[in-house]
Design a protein around this ligand. Structure first.
Ligand SMILES: Cc1cc2nc3c(=O)[nH]c(=O)nc-3n(C[C@H](O)[C@H](O)[C@H](O)COP(=O)(O)OP(=O)(O)OC[C@H]3O[C@@H](n4cnc5c(N)ncnc54)[C@H](O)[C@@H]3O)c2cc1C
Length: 277
């Protein structure tokens, strides 16, 4: 089991910001994980929808990245460990000619993170495809949530943040398999979103009936920079860390965008990214 004391936060999220945390733990076996659940830690997937805005995060952070990874397919379901990356899962299903999960390709998170956030792309989202989720509660007890117990809406779900998602059962889809779809969607993603840069995806949720990126562009904020954090030229709802950015730059830019959009359009943007301090 890996235990990093006073661990640098910038190493555990894709935007790479923040100071240090009390400890970062990566269990390798079930019994280690069960013990850790009793300490009320913060669970993290690939940290692609999280941003630490603090010098010191005074909690234990737990990642499943060193635990066993698997994908099993049967007649009805696709069962996978929560720590599988969305891209790997999507590619595996595509290679097995199983349709319906191409939209996950290129989302740089784990399937557990995707389920928690009800991640989506290209007019699809993950939650309607979930049959059940296996979790451990804060006492280390296993339980299962099935479709009837799950509720969700745009980029949110009712999954208890004190529980850890261990595995997920997805429904096999019946639509026709399109051999070109994965590449088509991936090309679309690459041409419209900044990939291979330090970011945490979309910063703001789209307000009802509108697009956060469109509002930011209309407000002439594309490219706006505070220190080492700037608004992407490719997609205005992405903040990029040029490598020298700090969480303070991030917070200043965030507030600036919210203020401008509110002043100009009377719309209060809500963060999609989870801010932790
Ligand atoms: C370049 C880029 C592109 C992106 N494109 C998209 C996109 O197209 N669509 C989209 O919806 N999002 C997108 N995102 C955002 C992000 O990738 C998704 O929200 C992703 O699903 C988050 O997964 P993660 O494993 O990184 O979760 P994290 O960011 O690590 O965590 C997100 C939430 O899930 C919880 N969590 C994570 N793992 C577990 C677990 N095992 N058990 C319990 N709780 C857990 C965390 O506590 C947190 O509340 C993008 C991000 C980037 C950087």
């Amino acid at each position: 089991m890996f235990i990093g004391k006073n661990y640098p936060l910038k190493k555990i999220t894709t935007i790479g910001l923040g100071g240090y945390c009390k400890e970062f733990i990566c269990p390798e076996e079930d019994k280690e994980l069960i013990e850790i659940t009793k300490t009320n830690p913060l669970y993290i997937g690939n940290g692609s929808n999280m941003c630490f805005v603090t010098e010191f995060y005074d909690r234990t952070i737990v990642s499943l990245k060193k635990m066993k990874k698997y994908i099993n397919i049967d007649e009805q379901y696709i069962t996978c460990s929560g720590n599988i990356s969305c891209t790997k899962l999507s590619r595996h299903l595509h290679d097995n000619k199983l349709p319906g999960y191409e939209f996950l390709y290129g989302i740089p998170g784990t399937i557990a993170g995707a389920v928690t956030m009800n991640a989506g792309a290209f007019k699809k989202e993950i939650m309607p495809n979930v049959y059940s989720i296996d979790l451990l509660d804060e006492k280390g007890n296993a339980y299962t949530l099935t479709q009837d117990n799950l509720s969700y809406s745009y980029r949110t779900s009712n999954i208890n943040t004190r529980s850890i998602i261990v595995s997920i059962k997805l429904l096999r889809q019946t639509e026709d398999f399109d051999i070109n779809l994965l590449d088509t969607l991936n090309d679309k993603r690459k041409s419209t979103q900044p990939i291979n840069q330090l970011s945490c995806g979309c910063i703001f949720k789209n307000p009802p009936g509108d697009y956060a990126a469109g509002l930011i562009e209309k407000a002439d904020l594309k490219g706006k920079r505070v220190g080492g954090i700037y608004i992407s030229e490719k997609h205005s709802n992405y903040f990029i860390n040029d490598g020298s950015g700090t969480y303070k730059d991030f917070l200043l830019l965030l507030q600036c965008v919210k203020n401008e959009i509110y002043t100009k359009f009377d719309i209060l943007l809500e963060e999609e990214v989870i801010l932790l301090k």
